[in-house]
Write a protein that binds this ligand. Structure first.
Ligand code: C2E
Ligand code: MG
Ligand code: MG
Ligand code: MG
Length: 286
């Protein structure tokens, strides 16, 4: 049963989504049951070195394998997970699974020995008092070295950040975990967060990649964002590459690492190592 706090949260969501509270309650109970029944699955998208096309790592992206509704994308259930607080147990499961999967690949697939894994983390998870313990536990249980884990935070998730969150992030970084700022450029607080949170990696949002080669103005905007991140000492990963000319443009801008359908869509872990040659593979560029 939902707690009073959960109910109040759901009422807030209710006001914004225009859904009946009873439907939301039923939906959140269904999601809870789905989490418990192991219906959440992770797909993985390779993170690619542009020069060599080698796969440096993968990003874990959650889906809900709903028995009646099919494979649901995060947009179909994450807002509810956020509003109901279920994103906390969900995020923990995702983190543990992704670390375990990456550790398995590093053990079992020869060239994947130094594979890294990136996991998206929500604001709610970050503000949990035990967030550092949750990260440590995922690493210890899986045997994955901290240096192989990247946590992706969005500007929105950091917008609500407070001293406690800042301290937790520092402790997580001290473990050797890499911190990435996701969807860079789309949040209203991008620049102040660059200053305050000092990410190791900045992920240039797909909307800037889309604009490349379209107009001088779009090129200038993407170029300036990349230059800013690079000059601040961050590594840049570009998101949503679909065309080879975007690779050329990004390379000219100094971007060396990217993700996108051009290389691979997010895939079921079983399908990630295909037999097809030229599909890439896990190992660092020379
Ligand atoms: P994100 O972390 O920015 O992930 C990138 C999204 O872009 C993914 O959508 C991915 O499938 C999609 N994408 C990748 N390459 C391309 C491309 O070339 N073209 C286009 N059009 N799209 C591309 P997805 O999987 O639907 O995830 C959406 C968002 O949901 C993620 O954005 C992330 O913010 C959130 N998310 C996903 N998994 C988790 C999770 O486990 N926990 C949390 N808290 N959030 C998650
Ligand atoms: Mg991400
Ligand atoms: Mg992103
Ligand atoms: Mg995004």
């Amino acid at each position: 049963a939902a707690t009073l706090a959960e109910l109040l949260e759901l009422r807030r969501l209710d006001a914004t989504a225009g859904l009946g509270t009873r439907d939301l309650l039923a939906e959140s109970h269904r999601l809870r049951a789905g989490i418990d029944a192991d219906e959440l699955v992770l797909h993985y998208q390779p993170v690619v070195d542009l020069a060599s096309r080698r796969w440096l790592g993968v990003e874990a992206l959650v889906r809900w394998a709903h028995p009646e509704r099919g494979l649901l994308p995060p947009a179909a259930f994450l807002p509810l997970a956020e509003a109901s607080g279920l994103v906390v147990p969900l995020g923990r499961t995702v983190l543990e699974r992704a670390c375990a999967q990456a550790a398995r690949w590093r053990r079992e697939v020869g060239p994947a020995a130094d594979l890294g894994v990136a996991v998206n983390v929500s604001a709610r998870q970050l503000s949990e008092p035990d967030v550092v313990d949750v990260v440590v536990e995922a690493l210890v249980l899986s045997g994955l070295p901290a240096s192989a884990l990247v946590l992706e935070l969005t500007e929105t998730s950091l917008a609500a950040s407070c001293t406690e969150v800042d301290i937790a992030l520092q402790r997580i970084r001290a473990l050797g975990v890499t911190l990435a700022l996701d969807d860079f450029g789309t949040g209203y607080a991008s620049f102040s967060y660059l200053q305050r949170f000092q990410p190791d990696v900045v992920k240039l949002d797909r909307c800037f990649v889309e604009g490349l080669n379209r107009s001088e103005r779009d090129d200038l905007l993407a170029g300036t964002l990349v230059e800013l991140a690079l000059r601040l000492g961050c590594d840049v990963v570009a998101e949503g590459i679909e065309h080879p000319d975007q690779v050329r443009a990004l390379t000219r801008l100094g971007v060396r690492v990217a993700q996108g359908y051009l290389f691979s869509a997010p895939r079921d872990p079983q399908d990630l190592f295909g037999p097809a040659p030229g599909r890439g593979g896990f190992s660092r560029p020379r």
